[in-house]
Design a protein around this ligand. Structure first.
Ligand SMILES: Cc1ncc(C[n+]2csc(CCOP(=O)(O)OP(=O)(O)O)c2C)c(N)n1
Ligand SMILES: [Mg+2]
Length: 460
């Protein structure tokens, strides 16, 4: 654990971890009373991950939770009653009784994108959110989580590569909880540290002890600050352990006893209590006050949820399909004047010519093709008439000026490109460039996993 937070921040982290655990304990009771309609997943033992990472975000930032991130929702400001009602499919729930798990968001106020069940799909979506924020000049950071299993999906790689090349202000938290359903990490990926996946995209990464909430928070804060300052996306691998089965139905008998014992001895809440006591930040009285506060809050929230009606049957077909403006207005929310974020003022000049939409040049000098099939024809024309002027007369003045300047100084690269480039390219590189160093994989001082889980060697 590292120091350097205010007393209130230390206590906030404790409060939210306890709240996370208490909300889930209460939902297990509701599940056993048959009041939970959908599946129930548990983040027992992973509370430090959701709480520590989400606590590093600012109010304006965006997050998209996965199944084990109820703690992140609580930190962002979702009231426990919404979580209870959503799982109970009550009419007052965020989705008005549709869905029985956690598929809800809040785009207007809390900046939460609803989870997507297809593992990995939130990565390109949240990359898009991050890029949109940058486009609108908002300086926001977007965050989402992915499991060790989810990190092997195709869209994880496509999404992270896209985020990397776009330098999106995006933080991806890879929750390595040792299991994906009943598959141990070693059976699905041949890496000791999943953070190494970042090397493929030239982005920075961290590996952190996911049961040490202060280490998680400090690492996430550094990553969020760096992403906000333009360092591009960052991958954080948190090493932790899924203490219960995949969901309520799964007794997880496949987990080796030694592995379970190792991690149970490292309960994130108990570890943090010890730390807070040793630092004189929390005594028995303070702890009791927090427990009473949570108990009072949750019994009121549960009562509210239980008293909320089930949705009337005739609502079943409503709000399922968006019918456009009758359902909700689909319109971009421009927070800067439109003229500032569209051509010709925006930084991206169009490179192809469409009548009425500006003008551009292909690298060979002619008008760039509109249809893929036109390529050869355009390149041939470009060779014959290298200084062909764009015919489009409706080019806005500012764009025309940029194009003129560009035509006056043809880029060196364009001039060297042979017409049938692929055939003429020499097999040897023209210039010997030293192998590019991959961005340093940074491990936060605070973020060292304390001990190698002995149980990793345990039976498979
Ligand atoms: C693309 C895709 N494949 C499979 C599934 C089914 N599925 C849901 S959760 C899960 C296991 C996920 O394991 P992991 O990513 O390690 O997350 P954890 O459950 O450990 O938090 C699987 C295979 C899915 N939802 N999406
Ligand atoms: Mg997992």
């Amino acid at each position: 654990m590292t120091k350097g937070l205010t007393r209130q921040q230390y206590l906030d982290l404790y409060y939210f971890m306890r709240l996370n655990r208490a909300v889930e304990d209460m939902m297990v009771k509701l599940f056993r009373q048959n009041k939970i309609v959908g599946g129930l997943y548990s983040s027992l033992g992973q509370e430090a991950v959701s709480v520590g990472t989400a606590y590093a975000l600012e109010k304006k930032d965006w997050l998209a939770p996965m199944i084990r991130n109820i703690g992140a929702l609580l930190v962002k400001g979702v009231p426990p009653r919404d979580i209870f009602m959503q799982h109970m499919a009550k009419y007052d729930s965020p989705t008005k009784g549709k869905d029985g798990t956690s598929h809800f968001g809040d785009l207007e106020n809390l900046h939460i994108v609803s989870p997507i069940s297809m593992l990995g799909d939130l990565i390109p979506v949240m990359t898009g959110v991050a890029i949109a924020g940058r486009y609108l000049g908002q300086k926001i950071v977007a965050m989402t989580w992915i499991g060790d299993g989810g990190s092997s999906t195709g869209v994880f790689h496509e999404g992270l590569n896209f985020a990397a090349v776009q330098k999106a202000p995006f933080v991806l938290v890879l929750e390595n909880n040792q299991w994906a359903y009943s598959t141990p990490v070693k059976r699905q990926v041949p890496l000791e540290n999943l953070a190494d996946r970042a090397k493929a995209y030239g982005i920075s990464s961290y590996t952190v002890d996911g049961n040490d909430v202060v280490a998680v928070y400090s690492t996430a804060k550094e990553a969020v600050d760096r992403a906000r300052n333009g360092d591009g996306p960052i991958l954080i691998e948190v090493k932790t352990f899924r203490r219960l089965g995949h969901a309520q139905h799964d007794p997880a008998e496949y987990v080796p006893k030694e592995m379970r014992a190792y991690w149970e001895a490292r309960d994130p809440v108990l570890l943090y209590e010890k730390f807070l006591a040793s630092e004189k930040l929390l005594d028995d009285k303070g702890k009791k006050e927090i427990e009473d506060k949570i108990e009072k809050l949750l019994s009121a929230e549960r009562d509210f949820a239980e008293n909320s009606p089930m949705p009337p049957a005739e609502f079943a077909a409503q709000g399922v399909y968006c019918t456009g403006d009758d359902c909700h207005k689909v319109a971009p929310k421009w927070q800067r004047p439109i003229a500032e974020v569209t051509p010709p003022k925006c930084s991206v000049a169009a490179v192809w010519t469409v009548q009425g939409f500006g003008s551009g040049k292909a690298s060979g000098g002619g008008s760039a093709p509109i249809h893929f099939g036109d390529t050869q024809q355009h390149q041939d024309k470009a060779e014959a008439v290298p200084d062909q002027k764009p015919k489009d007369t409706e080019v806005p003045a500012a764009v025309a000026k940029t194009m003129e300047a560009r035509n006056a100084k043809p880029s060196k690269l364009a001039a060297k490109v042979p017409v049938n480039g692929a055939e003429k390219v020499s097999a040897k590189p023209l210039v010997k460039t030293p192998a590019k160093k991959i961005a340093p994989e940074k491990s936060a001082k605070s973020a060292v996993v304390h001990a190698k889980p002995a149980a990793r060697k345990a039976r498979r």
